[in-house]
Design a protein around this ligand. Structure first.
Ligand SMILES: C[S@@+](CC[C@H](N)C(=O)[O-])C[C@H]1O[C@@H](n2cnc3c(N)ncnc32)[C@H](O)[C@@H]1O
Ligand code: SF4
Length: 375
C-alpha cells in the first residue's frame, strides 16, 4: 500500500547499559568508510523503489552522532536516490548530547521534518546508572532546541528502571510535558541478554521492578499523558491527534512495504521479510561484495506466521484488529470468538465498530492475549 525507508546508523556516544541494538560507541573513526558504503547501498535500494516514499526513518544507533558533514552526506544520499510523496514524513533519532543547532539545521535543510530525542529520564542517578551520554540539563537543552525548531518532534522515556520509584517516573514524564510534546514514547525496561544490565542482574546487583509497580507506572503514565491530550495509539507510543508517527504506523500495517539500509536493518514487503547482516564488519563486507541478495537472510512468511502477525500488530495499536479485513485476508481461518468473549468478560478486550481492541489491564497482557487469539 505504501513504501517507506529505514536507515540504520550504528554509531553511539556511549553504549547504554540496557541497550542491545546493533550500535557501538568508540567507532566514529569508521564514519567515512560507513558513509561510502551506505551511499552504495542506498543507490541500490533507490533502484528497488518502484514508487515515491511515504516515510523515511533514520534510526539506530544514533543518527545525531554523525559529524555535521556526515549527516549532510547521508541526507543528500537519500534525497538523491529516492522520490518522495508530497507530505512525506522524515524522522531522525537523536541523543541530547549530539543534537546541536547545526545538525538540526542540516537535517531540516535536507528534508528531515521530525526528530525523536532519547531523554529516558530527568533523574541524574538513573541517567548515570543507564550509562547515558548526557545529563538532565543536556536533555532539557535538547528539548528546548527541538521544541523551538518548528519541526515535529517526540521524546522517549523508559520506566521500570532499577530502583526507579513511581514518583520518579511520573515526575520525569510530567517534566517532559512542560515542553508541550505532541508525541511521546515510553517503554518498560526489557532486560536484554548480553547488556550491562543483564550482567548486573545475573550478578545479583540489579533487581527488576515487580509486576505491580510495572503495572502502576504504565497505567499512571498513560493517564498522565491522556490528561494532557496525548493519547495512546500503540502500546508504547502516544500522540496528540494527527501527530502519530506515520513511519511506525506503516511498520504495524502488514500491507505496507519498507526498504532498509545499514547493518541489522530489516526490510519487508507482503509477505517477505529480509534482514541485513547485523555486525558492522559483516555488513561492510556484504556491501563491498555488491549487497548480494543470496546473502540476505530472507524469510517468506507462511499463512500461520502472517495470521499471528496480524494479531500481534493489530492488538498493539489502539485501533485494534480489523475483523472484516482479517476475514477477507484469511477466509479459511476461524476467529476464536469464544476466547474473545472470555477476554471481554474479564475486561481486557472490547469489540467496537468491527475492531477487536485491548482495554484496561489488557494492555499489560498484550503478548499473552495475542498468543491466545492467534490460536
Ligand atoms: C535508538 S534509541 C533512541 C535514540 C538514541 N540512540 C538515544 O538513545 O538517545 C531507541 C529507544 O529505545 C528505547 N530502548 C532501547 N533499549 C531498550 C530496553 N532494553 N528497554 C526499554 N527501552 C529501550 C530507549 O527509550 C531509546 O530511546
Ligand atoms: S539507547 Fe540509543 S544511545 Fe544508548 S546505546 Fe542504544 S542506540 Fe545507543
Amino acid at each position: 500500500m505504501s513504501l517507506s525507508l529505514y536507515v540504520h546508523v550504528p554509531f553511539c556516544e556511549t553504549k547504554c547499559a540496557y541497550c542491545d541494538f546493533a550500535s557501538w560507541a568508540g567507532r566514529s573513526g569508521e564514519e567515512a568508510a560507513w558513509l561510502d558504503r551506505i551511499e552504495r547501498e542506498l543507490g541500490l535500494r533507490g533502484k528497488d523503489a518502484a514508487e515515491p516514499l511515504f516515510s523515511v526513518f533514520f534510526g539506530g544507533g544514533t543518527p545525531s552522532a554523525l559529524s555535521d558533514p556526515g549527516l549532510e552526506r547521508l541526507c543528500r544520499s537519500v534525497a538523491d536516490n529516492f522520490r518522495f510523496q508530497s507530505g512525506m514524513e522524515w524522522s531522525m533519532e537523536a541523543n541530547p548530547v549530539s543534537l546541536t543547532p547545526a545538525k538540526l539545521a542540516i537535517a531540516r535543510d535536507h528534508g528531515v521534518n521530525r526528530v525523536s530525542v532519547g531523554v529516558q529520564s530527568f533523574e541524574p542517578d538513573l541517567l548515570r546508572r543507564m550509562g547515558r551520554a548526557h545529563d538532565a540539563d543536556q536533555a532539557r537543552e535538547a528539548l528546548d532546541l527541538v521544541a523551538g525548531s518548528g519541526l515535529r518532534w517526540s521524546a522517549d522515556q523508559i520506566f521500570a528502571l532499577p530502583g526507579q520509584t513511581l514518583e520518579q517516573f511520573l515526575s520525569s514524564l510530567e517534566a517532559l510535558l512542560s515542553w508541550n510534546p505532541r508525541h511521546v514514547s515510553f517503554y518498560g525496561l526489557t532486560l536484554e541478554p548480553g547488556t550491562e544490565f543483564w550482567k548486573q542482574h545475573e550478578a545479583g546487583t540489579l533487581s527488576e521492578a515487580d509486576e505491580d509497580l510495572y503495572a502502576d507506572m504504565y497505567s499512571r503514565g498513560v493517564q498522565l499523558l491522556s490528561d494532557a491530550g496525548i493519547r495512546r495509539y500503540e502500546v508504547s507510543n502516544f500522540a496528540a491527534p494527527g501527530d502519530e508517527c506515520r513511519h511506525n504506523e506503516a511498520y504495524w500495517d502488514t500491507r505496507s512495504s519498507w526498504l532498509a539500509a545499514g547493518n541489522a536493518a530489516h526490510g519487508y514487503e507482503p509477505h517477505l521479510r529480509w534482514r541485513n547482516p547485523r555486525g558492522l564488519n559483516a555488513w561492510s563486507a556484504w556491501v563491498d561484495a555488491g549487497c548480494p541478495v543470496k546473502d540476505v537472510a530472507a524469510e517468506e512468511l507462511g499463512a500461520d506466521e502472517r495470521w499471528t502477525e496480524e494479531w500481534f500488530l493489530g492488538l498493539r495499536q489502539a485501533q485494534g484488529v480489523d475483523i472484516s479485513r482479517l476475514q477477507a485476508d484469511f477466509p479459511d481461518r476461524e476467529i476464536l470468538r469464544d476466547r474473545i468473549a472470555r477476554r471481554i468478560a474479564s475486561g481486557h478486550l472490547v469489540v467496537e465498530d468491527g475492531f477487536v481492541r485491548l482495554t484496561g489491564d489488557g494492555w499489560l497482557l498484550l503478548d499473552a492475549i495475542a498468543v491466545e487469539l492467534s490460536g
